[in-house]
Design a protein around this ligand. Sequence first.
Ligand SMILES: Cc1cc2nc3c(=O)[nH]c(=O)nc-3n(C[C@H](O)[C@H](O)[C@H](O)COP(=O)(O)OP(=O)(O)OC[C@H]3O[C@@H](n4cnc5c(N)ncnc54)[C@H](O)[C@@H]3O)c2cc1C
Length: 430
Amino acid sequence: MRVAVIGGGWAGLSAAVELAKAGTRVTLFEAARQLGGRARSVEIQGQRLDNGQHILIGAYSETLRLMQEVGADPDRHLRRLPLQLSFPASRPHPFRLRLPRLPAPWHLATGLLMAQGASLAEKISAARFMRFLQGTGYCLAADCTVASLLDRHGQQGSLRRHLWEPLCLAALNTAPQEASARIFVNTLRDSLGGGRAATDLLLPAADLDRLFPAAAADFIAARGGEVRLSTRVHSIDASFTVAGEPFDRIILAVGPQHAATLLAQQQETTAVARLLADYRFEPIGTVYCGYPPHLRLPFPMLGLSAHGSGQIGQWVFDRGALCGTPGVMAFVLSGHGAWEAFDDRSLLTALDDELAAALNTRLPAMLWHRVIRERRATFSCRPNLLRPSARTARAGLWLAGDYVCADYPATLEAAVRSGLTAAREILLRG
Ligand SMILES: Cc1cc2nc3c(=O)[nH]c(=O)nc-3n(C[C@H](O)[C@H](O)[C@H](O)COP(=O)(O)OP(=O)(O)OC[C@H]3O[C@@H](n4cnc5c(N)ncnc54)[C@H](O)[C@@H]3O)c2cc1C
């Protein structure tokens, strides 16, 4: 059996790895000159950086397993740290929550109790909220926005601004007023509601290419598979001929907007094409700033502003501490927001000021910068969003991609899981 995988992001690569491992002849077609899709490396100022700073967490079980399988050791390429949310410049009080290395659920209970910058009443209320979710098996009877869920359960004040809302934005890349509570609760089930290790932050200690795509491509090639870069697939015809070659099965592992175009070309898949054409998207901005090498953060990931505080930056990452590039800071701006209207110069000034406030010091002059705006970073994860299944109405044509994994928002783990599912379905059904 010959399988074509269209798309060399983390979903397509995961599918191709799984198929190659089972001895299936697989050819992966990628339109770009490099692999990785929305999680790829870029060269800036002679350094290997990424199109966007990515955060993984301990709950990314399939991603971690697959990294290990292709020979990209997660212990080497990821820095594991206990979850810490630190907003030193928050007003009226700085906020800090750190989960200690205790067994679950004591890590969460102790972390909440010891959190600085939140009242005892808020802490008790947050613990009650988690207990409520646990009692429901993390299953909401009906979907609503994250903001209404938090309102309904009395989650206000500092813990709302520094814990729930930042977690929502980081995981769903969608503002709490618009994000799906059901998907948010799924992410809480697998992180705060899971074992202690599931809550750990896993921050990349290497560029994204080395985390998975490069090793995955070697793994595929070593098992007789092929990876073709710079090969855009323009159509999927009735005989499954891709780039002039016949295939028995196809996994379409491109983003939802590209899938919509290809799927609209055939009668059987027009319904799913229409569904995907209606998807809305959220941007992510990553601003790299090169400071003199002595500039360091007290923790590699620092919160700059609580949601709705009027500030621009959300997180800043110390790439020096993480990836051995001293002085390089990566600012992250998730989802739609005021930052989109800023030109690069105003953005840099605002972020520089916010970092200075967080560190409570004058910063040395910035040496270089690069602003990367990914306008369609993720689909907008709204309540009751319909998600297609891996199987299409066209026999032999399967879908993979972060948008296919119905339980999760657009994340690396969702992409990996979707790729594995499509590959396993093909292996199971022949
Ligand atoms: C800036 C940014 C920050 C992010 N931060 C995080 C984070 O911290 N944590 C996290 O878990 N997730 C994060 N994400 C989300 C994560 O990167 C995505 O969910 C994931 O990479 C999606 O993978 P995918 O394989 O489904 O799709 P994609 O990565 O979009 O892969 C699709 C591939 O298909 C190719 N393609 C498209 N059309 C064709 C065609 N016709 N022929 C051939 N090839 C084609 C594309 O070039 C692309 O390489 C972030 C995303 C961005 C953009």
